[in-house]
Ligand binder design. Structure first.
Ligand code: FES
Length: 303
């Protein structure tokens, strides 16, 4: 019993790292406290080293027996590049906090179309599973700018069968041609209007999709990738306008009523510091990362 309790206090550790595209990696993390509590739709906040920025990441798979959970990392900023470039199997993280956010409202909706754009396909994976377990008829659309942004196709097909999974690329490199709107329109033409659309991915695509679902009167629950800092309800960085209410996305989200979200405001606020983030990433990749790698190699030699 004591060993079981002490195990919950173990430092989070990288168990496995698998590259699945030029910028995409699956990381399996040993963290029994999260693995025992997390539910579909929740996220964790990484602070990889003492000096790293905090980075929210959606949980893709949970394995309470092993005490692990998995995330899909598409390396695009300092925190995510650091996660995949600096950490190898067996390495410990400074802090991984969670599970954060609200679990997805898993209910019996009827026919559900789950649309994941880029990394969003990973975020939606546990939700699609939970909705199917709750008796919904679940279909999947995986959408990406090109083939290298298509994630979890094999995993979805294994779980739901080939006939329930469609793949779209905007550059027509792989699967059907088109984006989130094409995926919705094809579904309506081939299977009828779904009772619910679930979306995860970039804000721009979320906005376009919400315009379509609102117009067609389809319920829409979407992941809102707003900026987050504290991820614990203290800083208000993550506030999102949903209808006439302001919600704290880190507590009440990240899956919110997509038809009521003010997507333009989310896009404006998320893009506000993008130039600074780009500068920071350049400095990190060119100057800091090589030094951190050397320091880590040195530490390993000394152990
Ligand atoms: S991220 Fe600070 S209140 Fe939500």
């Amino acid at each position: 019993m004591t060993a079981k309790v002490l195990e919950l206090l173990d430092k989070p550790k990288l168990v496995s790292k698998k590259q699945v595209s030029p910028r995409g990696y699956f990381l399996e993390i040993y963290h029994p406290l999260v693995a025992n509590k997390a539910k579909a739709g929740q996220f964790v906040t990484f602070q990889a080293t003492e000096l790293s920025p905090r980075q929210p990441m959606q949980i893709v798979e949970i394995n309470p027996q092993k005490g692990t959970f998995s995330i899909l990392v598409e390396a695009y900023n300092r925190a995510t590049v650091e996660l995949v470039e600096l950490f190898e199997e067996g390495d410990e993280f400074f802090n991984v906090e969670g599970p954060n956010g609200n679990p997805f409202p898993v209910e019996k909706y009827g026919t559900v179309l789950v649309i994941g754009h880029g990394w969003g396909a990973g975020a939606n994976y546990p939700i699609a599973k939970a909705l199917a377990d709750a008796g919904n008829d679940v279909y999947i659309a995986i959408v990406g700018g090109s083939r290298e942004n298509i994630y979890c196709e094999k995993e979805y097909k294994e779980l739901f069968g080939e006939e329930k999974v469609s793949v779209y690329t905007e550059d027509d490199e792989y699967g059907r041609e088109g984006g989130v709107i094409q995926a919705l329109e094809d579904f309506i033409n081939e299977k009828g209007t779904p009772d619910l659309v679930v979306y995860a991915g970039g804000t721009g695509q979320g906005e376009i999709l919400a315009e379509a679902t609102k117009e067609k009167g389809i319920k829409n629950i979407s992941l809102v990738a707003s900026m987050m800092l504290c991820t614990s309800g203290l800083c208000l960085t993550c506030r999102v306008k949903v209808g006439d209410k302001m919600v704290q996305n880190c507590l009440e989200g990240p899956y919110l009523d997509g038809n009521a979200v003010d997507w333009k405001n989310v896009a404006f606020r998320s893009g506000y510091y993008w130039d600074l983030e780009k500068e920071n990433l350049e400095y990190f990749v060119n100057k800091l990362l090589p030094r951190l790698k050397r320091k880590k190699q040195q530490q390993k030699k000394e152990q």
